[in-house]
Design a protein around this ligand. Structure first.
Ligand SMILES: [Zn+2]
Length: 334
């Protein structure tokens, strides 16, 4: 069935039209393994339906596989008057700081009540940076019976610190996107449809690689430990692996360092860009990128993964700690 409106939220029929991770999410709900924060990634129309459905499910006291539509919880929810539910409005196009403050007020007020507290924050990828950071504070310090349902169309534009605190579910409509419906014309969504199913996996792997780079750049772990970690990162189904992400990240750092911010691939990782660009110089970054590229070439020639990663990390460490032959501003006198 097509997703028509949130009135569909009480029918399982609507849910069963969802693809992607919908089944996995449904199982988590019915098995009572509800994450404290979930990020539903997909077309706004789809995530709007799904977030409403999940909120209704969590507040229903009578249903098993789906909201029953008859209990007090369902009736209050449908009337828009459930005391334990708050939906951040999409005022204009972006969630704003004021909206998150209102949400925090609601959570504070209701935190001692009974039953789960459920809230929805839509289109987190379009939230203002200040609003996103406010929300992060709320996620970092959750109330025990609180469930955050966040949605985004493009997971890459969500703060990495929010991604790492959320269970990510990618959802699709069962209806083909190429249908003639005017809804699909909406220009801002095309990139995401084309980049396909892997954007959330890409984002999750990026978070790990970028955290790893931080450890590399601030010399916080020995090269062999770093190599071990790096070797465990998985390659995405698209064929894009941790090395590709590392190269793209180092390139972004280099661009960030010379204030060419318009072409950054990881624009949303502002905090990490800022922090890590301070840990290294443009000259060093250029060398690190060369090492990563050479590692990628060797990877193609069947060098054992861990050995290759070890070699890369040892060489990178030399560059970063200024022990390479070229000399470095970090070289100490003795
Ligand atoms: Zn119910």
């Amino acid at each position: 069935m097509p997703l028509e409106s949130s009135a569909d939220a009480s029918t399982a029929q609507g849910w069963s039209s969802l693809g992607g991770d919908a089944h996995r999410l449904h199982r988590a709900l019915t098995e009572g393994k509800v994450p404290q924060a979930m990020l539903l990634v997909g077309e706004p129309k789809v995530t709007r339906f799904a977030s409403t459905w999940v909120a209704n499910y969590l507040l229903c006291t009578g249903g098993e596989d789906e909201p029953c539509g008859r209990c007090e919880g369902c009736l209050q929810f449908r009337a828009g008057s459930h005391p334990n539910f708050h939906e951040v409005p999409l005022d204009g196009n972006a969630v704003k700081t004021r909206d998150i403050e209102n949400l925090q007020g609601f959570l504070q007020m209701r935190s001692h009540g009974r039953g789960p507290l459920v809230y929805i924050v839509p289109s987190l990828d379009l939230a203002t940076p200040v609003a996103a950071n406010r929300l992060l504070k709320t996620l970092e310090d959750p109330i025990s019976n609180m469930v955050a349902i966040l949605t985004a169309h493009n997971a890459r534009q969500v703060l990495p610190t929010i991604l790492s605190r959320s269970q990510i579910y990618r959802l699709q409509s069962g209806e083909p996107y190429s249908a003639s419906g005017a809804d699909n014309v909406d220009g801002i969504h095309n990139e995401e449809i084309e980049s396909g199913a892997e954007s959330d996996e890409f984002a999750a792997l990026s978070v790990r690689v970028i955290q790893w780079a931080q450890t590399l750049l601030n010399l916080a772990a020995p090269p062999l430990v770093l190599a071990n970690q790096f070797d465990k990162f998985e390659t995405l189904p698209s064929g894009e692996g941790p090395l590709d992400i590392l190269i793209a990240w180092l390139t972004d750092l280099l661009h960030y360092g010379v204030e060419e911010e318009s072409h950054l691939r990881f624009r949303s990782f502002h905090e990490s860009l800022e922090q890590q660009s301070k840990l290294t110089s443009c000259e060093q970054l250029a060398k690190l990128i060369q090492i990563a590229l050479a590692t990628k070439v060797r990877k193609g020639s069947h060098v054992v993964g861990l050995l290759n990663a070890e070699q890369m990390c040892i060489r990178m460490r030399r560059v970063q700690s200024g022990l390479h032959s070229g000399g470095s501003p970090f070289q100490a006198g003795g």
